[in-house]
Ligand binder design. Structure first.
Ligand code: HEC
Ligand code: HEC
Length: 372
């Protein structure tokens, strides 16, 4: 929906939402463009199982359901020629079934997993409307189950060594902290020939502004260190609470320099192979309980992948960002290519021009006044 998941790297955060760009998904009643007041408590007119959930939580649940079943909103919701989407209507059988399924899933978790969300729509559906009930067929030449025991990782480096290697590889703490502004020009590629120009401006410690030129006009987003906002078609509005919490963390220009301080606890998890390169995975927990997984290239020390998780009412979702094409700029390393994937969108960000130390006008970080 109209939430904008950000891809993360201190200093580089981006949106990924097909619906924003006028693609497959319709806008729900609470779009960022029309929403200016504080979020209302009830996110719908006919909520029975999600009673009391706000718009942002209902939106997330709907994205979760659609991705888990591999279907669009029209599978369960009716669209009227004149009135548009009528999400509150219960005309479609699948919507009624989905409601029962939500209750069934809750009951499974309550009865078997002490109420922890272990089973979700995705567990059974796995991206399909009808779950498989038979075990999968064997693959020619694949090892038989039990033939090769999983290798236990050994001789893993200490987490401090991995993080120190990373900071050094990025140019060192001093050089990273000397960067006070950074501007980007490039594009976002959503696949299928949908490529849109993108511009970003950042100022330390955490000021962020982004402009994406979509077929429906410019989409702006910003954060001034306190308030986060989105703006499109002359209408501006504050970010939803979760999105604001997100941008607050991610607008951090000096994140690479201070990666250790940004987390409560970091632990080395594993050694893995990524595109033929050895990488170390590190789990990182923030004070607010949120968790991320980082993969650092064992040879270069650079961050190659970041996995972040989000909790919705129906279960967790993840977002993966991979970082490529690192280049040295004024003594620090900057990735020029990012690939971001969520359960409902994938995108490639390519920068053609990145500048540091240029002057950035503070006015760009403030929410534009809505036109009447
Ligand atoms: C598999 C079925 C299913 C799919 C797919 C689905 N929904 Fe829903 N949706 C539901 C159910 C069930 C409810 C009612 C939940 C309740 O009773 O609390 C609902 C409720 C809603 C509501 C609140 C309506 C109201 O006013 O009561 C909105 C808005 C909504 N959906 C939007 C969407 C959007 C947008 C998509 C596509 C991204 C989508 N849904 C995909 C099943 C579905
Ligand atoms: C424990 C496994 C399980 C879980 C969990 C589960 N489902 Fe299902 N679901 C099924 C099965 C099995 C069917 C198919 C029944 C059939 O073939 O008639 C089904 C069918 C459906 C259908 C009808 C699809 C169709 O084409 O007939 C909908 C809609 C649906 N599920 C939604 C959901 C949603 C939404 C969730 C999460 C809240 C969910 N399910 C969780 C097992 C599950």
């Amino acid at each position: 929906m109209n939430r904008l998941p950000f891809s993360r790297l201190g200093g580089i955060l981006l949106l990924a939402s097909a619906s924003l760009l006028g693609q497959s998904k319709p806008a729900a009643p609470a779009t960022l463009a029309t929403k200016t007041a504080a979020p209302s408590k009830d996110g719908g007119k006919n909520l029975q199982v999600f009673k009391g959930l706000d718009h942002e939580a209902v939106d997330e649940a709907m994205d979760f359901i659609s991705a888990s079943l591999g279907v669009g909103c029209a599978q369960c919701h009716v669209k009227d020629e004149k009135a548009g989407w009528q999400f509150e209507k219960d005309d479609k059988e699948d919507k009624v079934t989905a409601r029962k399924m939500i209750l069934m899933t809750r009951a499974i978790n309550t009865e078997n997993f002490r109420g922890k969300t272990e089973i979700t729509c995705a567990t059974c559906h796995g991206g399909h409307p009808k779950p498989a009930s038979m075990p999968p067929l064997a693959v020619l030449g694949a090892p038989r189950p039990g033939a090769a025991p999983l290798e236990k990782p050994k001789d893993l480096p200490m987490v401090d060594a991995i993080l120190d290697h990373y900071v050094t590889a990025m140019g060192g703490k001093a050089a990273l902290e000397a960067v006070t502004t950074r501007t980007f020009k490039g594009s976002l590629d959503f696949g299928g020939g949908r490529v849109m120009p993108l511009e970003i401006q950042q100022k330390a410690p955490d000021h962020y502004y982004q402009s994406l030129t979509t077929p429906r006009g410019a989409m702006l987003q910003g954060f001034d260190g306190h308030a986060g906002w989105s703006s499109r078609g002359g209408k501006s509005g504050p970010m939803e609470p979760k999105q604001l919490a997100e941008i607050r963390k991610e607008a951090d220009l000096h994140f690479p320099a201070n990666i250790k301080e940004r987390f409560d606890k970091m632990t080395v998890l594993n050694r893995e192979s990524m595109d033929g390169h050895e990488a170390f995975t590190v789990t990182a927990k923030r004070a607010d309980g949120s968790r991320e997984i980082f993969s650092f290239d064992a040879a270069t020390g650079l961050l190659v992948r970041r996995l972040a998780f989000d909790t919705t009412v129906l279960g967790r979702t993840s977002m993966e960002t991979t970082y490529q094409d690192y280049r040295k700029l004024d003594g620090v390393m900057v990735p020029y290519k990012l690939i971001t994937r969520t359960s409902h969108a994938a995108q490639v960000t390519t920068f053609t021009e990145i500048k540091q130390g240029v002057s950035v006008d503070d006015a760009v970080f403030a929410m534009p006044v809505s036109k009447p």
